[in-house]
Design a protein around this ligand. Sequence first.
Ligand code: PLP
Length: 371
Amino acid sequence: MKVPLLDLVAQHATIRDEVQAAVQSVVDRQQFIMGPEVAELERRVAAYQHVPHAVGCASGTDALLLPLRTLGLQPGDEVIAPAFTFFATAGAIHNTGGTPVFVDIDPVTFNIDPAAIEAAITPRTRAIVVVHLFGQMAPMERIMPIAARHGLMVVEDGAQAIGARRKIDGQWRLLGELGTVGTLSFFPSKNLGGWGDGGMMLTNDAALAERLAKLRLHGGARQYHHEEVGYNSRLDTLQAAVLLVKLAHLDRWNAARRARAARYDALFAANPAVCPPKVDPANEHIYHQYTIRVERRDDLLAHLKARDVGCAIYYPLPLHLQPCFAHLGYRRGSLPVTEAAMDGVLSLPIYPELTDAQQDAVVQGIAEFTA
Ligand SMILES: Cc1ncc(COP(=O)(O)O)c(C=O)c1O
């Protein structure tokens, strides 16, 4: 049985008429740039994430870039980030003039290790980028006091974590609520994905929100007047229209992903060779990825691919070992927990429309291999 890693066609079939009507309405009005859907989506996502301000932008990458740009980083200024993440996390640091300082992760959740953050702080440190990887939040209650002690900006890269929650002091908290700024990606494969690129920045800070809103519009709130040099990084009206439709389904979709994850967990309980993902007890996971650890991972990957079961390695080469960062001097061995993850992880198909039969095919394919 063919099991794709992700099946956006199956998702689209469930909302086809709704989303096409929303898109047609934008087409009929022809207001493709900063149409009313953009502000409406900003309002709705802000409410969804429990923050007062949300600013749309062109991608999850720009959502990281714009806040870092407000720091005015000088050569030698350092920004701490995990190495076990998508490239954009560090690309944004480099492209705003900073030097990424890569730190190790927690072996259980794959999220940045707060103790490693503390150990990496120097007089040149200006910010920390926290990634809420695979859909569960990093321990913000441990990270924010470190940042406060050293006066550092905290950017929460939430590209994979829209709707994820963490219980802190008895209260559910979402990304963007505690950091200086939280970021979202609407890349099509994300839990809330558009029909192209898109991103958003979330913050409690009204002045920062205003600055970010300018930076995405060439640095000026008023057309043809520019207080600073910014970017063309607007969220497209068509994307906002698609995302408004999809946002109404997101809670149900995230719950369906959790149900699929629970079913995988139950099925894998019979297979000691598979280490399923672990959820920090304080977290509610949204399972952007369901990532197992397994011995002979590369052989298993080939075995599953040969059976038409989609799976992928996130991430095969951590950022500290990327050729473009060779000048920073990291070597294999620099970040042992990250490197162990790189060698052992495998992400399996997980999405709301995944059927029991497809899921059984994934589990059976793995069982054949590990037997
Ligand atoms: C952790 C992380 N950060 C940043 C990004 C960048 O988002 P985008 O592709 O929308 O630029 C992604 C997704 O691709 C991501 O997974």
